[in-house]
Design a protein around this ligand. Structure first.
Ligand SMILES: *Cc1c(COP(=O)(O)O)cnc(C)c1O
Length: 428
């Protein structure tokens, strides 16, 4: 058996039809160097999807490897339920200096979906603890994506083949998608109208990533923050995708002039090394949970690996590197280059319907009316040419590591153009 057969025999891959897993040119990674993944046969692929948007500085960053080695000689993990861990305290202190949240408190978990789930439960209990009845639903946006656990799926806009779970999703108030003009205005009006029923609003600031990089100008978000402040409805910003530099600022909330009551972090928090996420609560939210020992005001929620020490050590070093390596400057420069290159090389293809880019979150939307698998085939053709991407429906995503070089941007775009010519047979 080859590696793909051995893989398919025992590993069940997420968001993947296993019946034809092997037909979609999967790669089986053995190791990596810089921004390239190297498969079991020694072939190299530029990781243009940042291993699903988590890799920031690249793979095998010497300083991150070193931080991990040093921590493993101290302790790999100890529980945060009722106890502390030195490196976690240090990491939370460092994060506290940079997150756009007032006097932040960090509840760690392991995945983005769990960070959102925690935020939803905290927002609900915030009202209960204060003895104010009725705030039992959420406002969320059309086309939103917040993760795959049942609560996160409920605030998500649906789709991605998850309709089967609709009977399990709890109802929420639904504002328009970012693809609709005036979505933020409509959402702000809904907050005012339904202020008595809402525990919180949940939003992906600046860009709905999984929806295919749908963005709204940053200036439109302030009105949502205003509506929340005015009504007391909590604001949850889901920065699982946008956090840690992906959009050109450390957090997208900064560009949107939002200061959330609850902030969800994940993906890039450890530079793509280890599973970690966090729900960040502002002081006013945190204070609502203080009370006597074992009282009902306590947040009865926690995950076994929340605040893992190895992840915290890497996360702390990663935060320092984002600053010392001037990573945000690179994101802005490479984003400008990528945007121009995509327009120049791809606009001429009749099959290209739209090109969207925020920071280093890029989407090339293809016309899939003749062939639903067209974007998938394009990605497969890219893989054959040594660039790893991933399609979402009709969209080819381009989400390179934040340290991507100018030459690598050119390589990604020329490979995508060549792949499109392969598949569509219609170079401009
Ligand atoms: C990826 C993502 C999540 C879910 O994170 P997981 O770690 O995959 O559970 C939640 N929200 C947004 C905006 C995301 O992009």
């Amino acid at each position: 058996m080859n590696w793909i057969e051995r893989d398919a025999a025992v590993v069940w891959h997420g968001f993947t039809q296993m019946h034809c897993y092997g037909d979609n040119t999967p790669i089986v990674v053995e190791r990596a160097e810089g921004r390239e993944l190297i498969d079991v046969d020694g072939r190299r692929y530029l990781d243009a999807v940042s291993s699903l948007w988590v890799t920031t500085l690249g793979h095998r960053v010497p300083e991150l490897d070193q931080a991990l080695r040093e921590q493993i000689d101290r302790v790999a993990h100890s529980t945060l339920l009722g106890n502390g861990n030195r490196i976690v305290v240090e990491f939370a202190e460092a994060l506290a200096r940079v997150v756009p949240v007032d006097q932040p408190h960090f509840l760690f978990a392991s995945d983005g979906a769990s960070a959102v789930e925690q935020a939803l439960k905290i927002a609900f209990q915030y009202w209960t603890n204060r003895g104010i009845a009725g705030h039992s639903t959420y406002l969320a946006f059309g086309d939103a994506y917040h993760g795959d656990t049942v609560g996160s799926l409920s605030v998500g806009g649906g789709g991605f083949g998850t309709d089967v779970f609709d009977p399990l999703r709890f109802p929420v108030l639904r504002a328009p998608s970012f693809s609709q003009p005036g979505a933020l205005r409509a959402a702000s009006e809904m907050v005012r109208e339904h202020r008595q029923r809402l525990a919180a609003v949940v939003v992906e600031p600046l860009v709905q990533g999984a929806a295919g990089m749908l963005s709204v100008p940053a200036g439109e978000f302030a009105q949502l923050g205003d509506a929340c402040r005015e009504t007391g409805v909590l604001l949850i910003c889901d920065e699982v995708a946008t956090g840690f530099g992906r959009t050109g600022t450390l957090f997208a909330s900064e560009q949107c002039a939002l200061r959330p009551d609850l902030l969800c972090l994940g993906k890039g928090i450890t530079g793509g090394y280890l599973p970690m996420s966090a729900t960040v609560a502002a002081q006013k939210v945190y204070d609502a949970f203080l009370g006597p020992d074992l009282s009902t005001r306590t947040l009865y929620h926690g995950h076994s690996y929340g605040g893992n020490a190895l992840a915290a050590a890497v996360g702390l070093q990663h935060l320092q590197l984002l600053q010392s390596m001037n990573v945000l400057d690179n994101v802005r420069a490479r984003s400008a280059q990528l945007g121009a290159a995509l327009e120049k090389e791809l606009r001429g293809f009749p099959v290209v319907k739209d090109i969207r880019l925020v920071g280093l979150m890029g989407a090339v939307e293809l016309d899939t009316s003749a062939d639903a698998t067209f974007a998938r085939k394009t990605c497969a053709a890219m893989v054959k040419r040594g660039v790893l991407s991933r399609s979402m429906g009709p969209v080819v995503t381009i989400v390179p590591p934040l340290t991507v070089t100018a030459a690598e941007i050119d390589r990604i775009v020329s490979t995508l153009a060549a792949a499109l010519a392969d598949v569509a047979g219609s170079a401009p």
